[in-house]
Write a protein that binds this ligand. Structure first.
Ligand code: RIB
Length: 304
């Protein structure tokens, strides 16, 4: 197995609106879509569509959403041995996307909040058979720390996407990650530092390097991405597109990066491809619904 994603799944309830409502105001949304989401699931689906074999460790609820989520994982070829039904509601995410393609997301973690360190330990042997562990922060932090420790025990590289940002994250407990991939807002929240200029971003990112994480990758939207290591830095240019819906673009980036990294180990090339993949995703509506498969992505890269 290539990749173990230990993380969340949500049902995305997306309202397309003209503008965000003011406090106390009711606005009409001209369009609505429901889809499979959650940062963990999104990253797993992107990597699987591109050809990686992916094992998902997650908890679904005991409601009408669970079967659909499991069926969606299977349709995308994802191993569901550790997709565990739970006496709770499934995670749901009401999302609002305005005409400028800006989004606001509320997450109701539901069953995701019940994914425990014991769940990770119970799957240890099968997670240890993977070549990369991918984590986000929509599950309990203790579970994230356990997964990082598992990676260390077995010598498997761990990629942490610290999203959504959690001020309680103890950086010392994720120092054994090989990669940390925050966006600029998350970087600022994690370090308490500004990220207005590229120099600000460099300074904040180097705090994460100092913690002991050897690869810090900051996604910067229209400014591209910055990859910082002890040896130096690389800036990956953004790919200009006409953005329609940016929801899940960060997950597209991480899913594609993880796939490419496992496929050939070339970090810089993986970052370039991830930028293309994420840029393509924002031209289409929805989260997973906007992710290309391997054939579509190959055509897209060929057309550049
Ligand atoms: O990153 C986008 C995702 O964040 C959405 O799919 C939503 O479910 C939330 O988890």
């Amino acid at each position: 197995m290539d990749i173990a994603v230990i993380g969340s799944n949500m049902v995305d309830l997306i309202s397309y609106i003209h503008r965000m409502p003011a406090e106390g105001e009711t606005v009409e949304a001209p369009d609505f879509a429901m889809g499979c989401g959650g940062k963990g699931a999104n990253q797993a689906v992107a990597a699987a569509r591109l050809g990686s074999s992916v094992r998902m460790v997650t908890r679904v609820g005991n409601d009408i959403f669970a079967d659909n989520t499991i069926a969606n994982f299977r349709r995308n070829g994802i191993d569901t041995t550790y997709v565990m039904p739970t006496e709770a509601t499934s995670g749901v995410a009401p999302i609002f996307v305005d005409e400028e393609s800006r989004n606001s997301i509320i997450i109701v973690k539901g069953a995701n909040a019940l994914l425990t360190p014991d769940d990770v330990r119970a799957a240890e042997e099968d997670i240890a058979a993977c070549r990369l562990i991918v984590l986000q922060l929509e599950i309990p932090l203790e579970t994230v720390y356990e997964a990082v420790a598992l990676g260390k025990r077995h010598g498997i590289p761990v990629l942490l996407n610290p999203a959504p940002a959690q001020p309680d994250l103890v950086l010392g407990r994720v120092r054994d990650c090989e990669y940390i991939v925050p966006n600029e807002t998350e970087l600022s929240l994690l370090t308490g530092m500004p990220v207005e200029t590229m120099d600000d971003v460099r300074n904040a990112a180097s705090v994460l390097l100092d913690v002991g994480i050897p690869n810090v990758i900051v996604t910067l939207g229209e400014r591209g991405a910055l990859w910082l290591t002890a040896e130096g830095e690389r800036v990956i240019d953004a790919v200009a597109v006409d953005a329609h819906d940016t929801t899940g673009a960060g997950d597209a980036f991480i899913g594609c990066f993880s796939h490419c990294l496992v496929a050939d180990g070339d970090v810089l090339e993986a970052l370039r491809r991830a930028s293309h993949y994420a840029a393509d995703s924002v031209t289409k509506p929805g989260t997973q619904s906007s992710y290309a498969d391997a054939e579509q992505f190959a055509r897209l890269c060929g057309a550049q």
